[in-house]
Design a protein around this ligand. Structure first.
Ligand SMILES: Nc1nc2c(ncn2[C@@H]2O[C@H](COP(=O)(O)OP(=O)(O)OP(=O)(O)O)[C@@H](O)[C@H]2O)c(=O)[nH]1
Ligand SMILES: [Mg+2]
Length: 284
């Protein structure tokens, strides 16, 4: 039986050393196992290394791999927001990290399960998940604290919001796309809460996961920015939304001082025909 068409986004920032095996493994695995059309779209931005050359090299062997380059320093979340908007039409769309921390077989399972729901997210905290290399204890502690704060603020009952692998119905993403504006690593909370608020179902599924060294993330700064961002998402859905508008210049200054991309202004809810043409032109 054929499977729904699928686009896999891969955000990439200075990934020349880690992205090749990930792209080769994903493309090979999906060619062999996924009985449906699939595309891999690498979303690069701000790279100061040879990531683009490397991606172009792999794409010569795998025509399923395409890429787009966003010039501005938009962050992982900003890259995914653009990637979700620019992606070619498909029934399912997902994303995964360039370092291959979630293996291709696990991602395949997420896509399989998404046939019967709206969103399936990789989770390192449900039965069946396999962690090949544990994160350093400081990071584990930071992620536990983050999880508790997220649960207190949003009560989504999701064990692991931060695993970099998620698959959704494209129609659900299109519906909530205009509410996505968190550009940093807290983008996932923005996405999940928007989907929940719109009434979509989210399922956690186990993954095989390996921590890969070589991240470009600076943890103290990143944690602080993620905290600011989740408070922001919470305020958006409260009677105090007007405060955010008043504080916007200050907010932008704080994010810049922390060297992180500030939240984006709201985007257009509709994706029109002219936009579709621009989308096609932006992807190679
Ligand atoms: N396009 C884009 N991608 C980004 C940016 N920052 C991070 N990424 C990508 O987001 C993904 C996750 O980043 P990682 O560096 O692996 O962060 P992490 O998983 O928290 O850290 P590790 O566990 O140490 O790997 C990777 O694919 C990165 O290339 C960015 O500013 N722009
Ligand atoms: Mg990683």
């Amino acid at each position: 039986m054929t499977r729904p068409s699928l686009v896999i986004l891969v955000p990439a920032y200075n990934e020349e050393g880690r992205i090749t095996p990930t792209l080769v493994k994903y493309a090979t695995y999906f060619r062999e196992h996924y009985q449906g059309e699939f595309k891999i779209l690498v979303v690069l931005n701000g790279c100061r290394d040879r990531t683009l050359d490397v991606v172009q090299g792999v794409a010569r062997d795998f025509p399923e791999i395409t890429w787009t380059v966003i010039e501005a320093p938009v962050g992982k979340g900003g890259a995914l927001i653009e990637g979700l908007r620019l992606a070619p039409d498909a029934e399912l769309i997902g994303y995964t990290d360039a370092d291959g921390s979630t293996d291709a077989a696990s991602f395949f399972q997420l896509a399989e399960r998404c046939r019967s729901t709206d969103c399936v997210i990789g989770s390192r905290r449900v039965t069946g998940s396999v962690i090949h290399q544990l994160q350093p204890s400081q990071r584990l502690l930071a992620s536990r604290v983050f999880h508790i704060i997220v649960e207190l603020l949003f009560g989504m009952r999701i064990q692991d919001t931060q695993c970099g692998a998620k698959v959704m119905r494209m129609a659900a993403v299109r519906q909530i796309h205009s509410t996505l504006n968190i550009a940093d690593m807290a983008f996932d909370i923005n996405l999940l809460y928007s989907l929940k608020r719109a009434g979509f179902r989210i399922v956690e599924a186990p993954v095989a996961w390996t921590d890969h060294l070589g991240s470009t993330v600076r943890y103290f700064r990143t944690s602080l920015v993620m905290f600011l961002s989740i408070v922001r998402v919470r305020i958006i859905y409260s009677p105090f939304y007007f405060v955010l508008k008043l504080l916007r210049p200050l907010e932008t200054m704080v994010y810049r001082a922390l060297r992180n991309p500030p939240p984006r202004p709201p985007s257009k809810p509709e994706i029109d025909r002219a936009d579709a043409v621009r989308r096609a032109a932006a992807i190679r």
